[in-house]
Design a binder for this molecule. Structure first.
Ligand SMILES: [Fe+2]
Length: 598
């Protein structure tokens, strides 16, 4: 995450001492700040809502969290084991229940439950609900995938990333929830953030790790108040996000396909560590963290911490339980997976965090860092890269969509005095792993049947990129082998917040386009989401931004307005066979067909 992250403790510690007095929460105690989670938990058995996910032709995953007794708070490890009944119906009134069953919720999974429902008919609307401790949940709406042999249905999704609680209201999720034309929502990561609430103090570098506008201090604070590190911390943070009514509603109205990026663990994670992880054996002293006694290094072993982050993620997110996955010494889970939509499209959802090599600087001693092109360094681990490139190369559907985290296209740094020619903007994205970037581009070039479309988050701004096989030899668009659409953040700081004004953001993004001519669209002010529509003839991305009284962020910050709305901004597309971006084009119309109701 290159845009305006809080300074890391590592930076702080190497930069000089920070007094404990600077690291206060304005009187906020951990207990007081947990009020929002406790209040939601005690508002009813199903206070954290319902969700569904990972839709296939015949299967859906259902999720909820129950609070059967007042002490059964998220992260508490308290409360009884209780039976939870689930029902799936063809109608919202539940007069035609097609599947039902019982599961047990207990402290082992923080009182969350998941059910995989099978033997459903494809491309059909379903309704679901849970019953526990004498209460019935809100009714969720969901849908099996448009995936039937020999049939080509409409395919439309919203894709999003980077929803920081302390960054603003989740208006983008409200806009998604209100739509009736989506098959699913694709979340590309940074669903939550690990940071605490301690504000930055002017003139004190790294004085706090709060991330987002100061106007929301005391209004939208993180729980727990400190950086999430332990299993309890991760569970409470997930619970906090699920108290948000707009997020709850977006889950309730659509199935989601989710994959994490770094912040679900901690900033700039790699296989055996992270920028924002202080190991027990790190020589940095003294260790100081808001809310923790000085001298204590609570972050411990990275792989232990990551395992706890994944545990809470799997408990609280509507995602299937992945198999264990051990491509090298970093034992983890196989989160990458593929969805199919008839002859129209496949969607490969990749995991570029769990086993990536550590990030390296872009330049060393005034020259390009040779490590950037070292084939021993990887973004997806080799077996996953093989799975991805083979899927693209041999794909037989009209489109091969890739659900990806960090920007895939080359993004050269904006030239300025002292810049090394050829240096890249951010080595945490594919540019930092150019051998893997090349392998995917070659697979795209070799793909005979399918046209690749990469869908990306992470960079908190809106992009439409050609993907030339050779960035240095880019010829207008003649050697483009695929396209990339990048969604803006739900709330996380974008170019405007990073450079201080809308005018400066516009100048900066224009400079990036000048240095990177394959970037056909770049907007650094708006926050929101993308609606992606797929037909045999073209794939179109509609960009939607949140607005406060019509303003996307030119004069005000719409993230601060709980009454903000969403508005259409622009569209770009790619025509089948062209392998390049076209547009801008007109806003999408209605779907060509709709899911069955039975
Ligand atoms: Fe992010």
């Amino acid at each position: 995450m290159p845009l305006d992250a809080p300074l890391s403790r590592r930076t702080v510690l190497k930069g000089g001492a920070v007094t404990a007095a600077a690291l206060t929460f304005g009187g906020l105690t951990s207990e007081a700040a947990r009020a929002a989670v406790a209040e939601t938990a005690r508002s009813g058995v199903f206070g954290f809502g319902v969700a569904s996910g990972d839709p296939t032709a015949t299967e859906l995953l259902l999720w909820t969290r129950v609070t059967p007794t007042p002490e059964s708070l998220p992260g508490s490890r308290r409360g009884p084991a209780v039976p939870v009944r689930w029902e799936v119906a063809a109608d919202e009134a539940f007069t035609r229940i097609v599947r039902s069953g019982n599961v047990v919720a207990d402290v082992s999974r923080d009182h969350t439950v998941k059910v995989v429902v099978n033997r459903l008919t494809p491309y059909t609307r379903w309704f679901y609900r849970f019953t526990c401790a004498g209460e019935t949940s809100p009714v969720g709406r969901t849908q099996t995938a448009p995936d039937e042999p020999g049939q080509t249905h409409a395919l439309r999704m919203a894709f999003v990333s980077c929803s920081n609680w302390t960054g603003g209201y989740f208006t983008a999720y409200r806009g998604i929830a209100a739509r009736d034309d989506l098959d699913f929502v694709l979340h590309l990561g940074d669903y939550l953030y690990e940071y605490g609430n301690a504000p930055r103090v002017a003139g004190v570098a790294g004085s706090g790790d709060r991330y987002g506008p100061n106007a929301l201090i005391g209004v939208r604070d993180h729980e727990p108040v400190h950086e999430m590190v332990t299993l309890e911390d991760y569970r409470i943070r997930h619970a906090l996000y699920k108290t948000d009514p707009d997020l709850q509603r977006a889950h309730q109205q659509h199935p989601w396909i989710v994959i994490f990026d770094d912040h679900e663990i901690t900033n700039d994670a790699y296989d055996f560590g992270a920028e924002n992880h202080e190991r027990d054996d790190d020589p940095a002293t003294p260790y100081t963290e808001p809310g923790k006694p000085d001298g204590i290094k609570p972050e411990g072993d990275f792989l232990f911490r990551r395992a706890k982050a994944f545990q809470a993620y799997l408990e609280w997110m509507p995602i299937r339980e992945p198999a264990m996955w051990q491509p090298h010494a970093s034992k983890g889970r196989q989160f990458f997976r593929r969805f199919s939509f008839g002859d129209l499209a496949e969607l490969s959802v990749i995991d570029t965090r769990q086993n990536r090599s550590e990030q390296v600087p872009g330049t060393v001693d005034g020259a390009l860092n040779p490590a950037l092109t070292d084939p021993r360094r990887h973004l997806p681990e080799p077996p996953q890269l093989d799975w991805l490139t083979k899927g693209i190369r041999t794909g037989r559907t009209a489109w091969h969509l890739v659900g990806n985290q960090t920007v895939f296209a080359r993004v050269f740094a904006v030239p300025r005095p002292g810049t090394v020619p050829g240096s890249v903007f951010n080595t945490d994205q594919w540019d930092g792993y150019q051998a893997d970037q090349r392998a995917v581009l070659e697979a795209m070039a070799a793909a005979e049947r399918t046209d690749p479309v990469v869908l990306t988050g992470d960079i908190h701004s809106s992009w439409a990129n050609d993907l030339p096989r050779d960035f240095d030899g880019y010829r207008g668009d003649g050697n483009s082998v695929g396209v990339e659409f990048v969604c803006p953040s739900v709330t996380s700081n974008g170019f405007k917040e990073a450079v201080g004004s809308a005018a400066a953001a516009t100048a900066t993004t224009a400079a990036f386009q000048g240095a990177n001519p394959w970037v056909r669209y770049l907007e650094g002010i708006g926050h929101g989401f993308v609606v992606l529509d797929v037909t045999p003839e073209r794939v179109q991305a509609d960009f939607w931004f949140i607005r406060s009284n019509g303003d996307k962020g030119l004069a005000v910050d719409p993230r601060l307005d709980p009454q903000a709305t969403v508005g259409y901004e622009t569209s770009f597309a790619t025509v089948k066979g062209s392998r390049k971006v076209s547009g801008p084009t007109a806003e999408l119309g209605p779907r060509s067909d709709s899911p069955r109701t039975v």
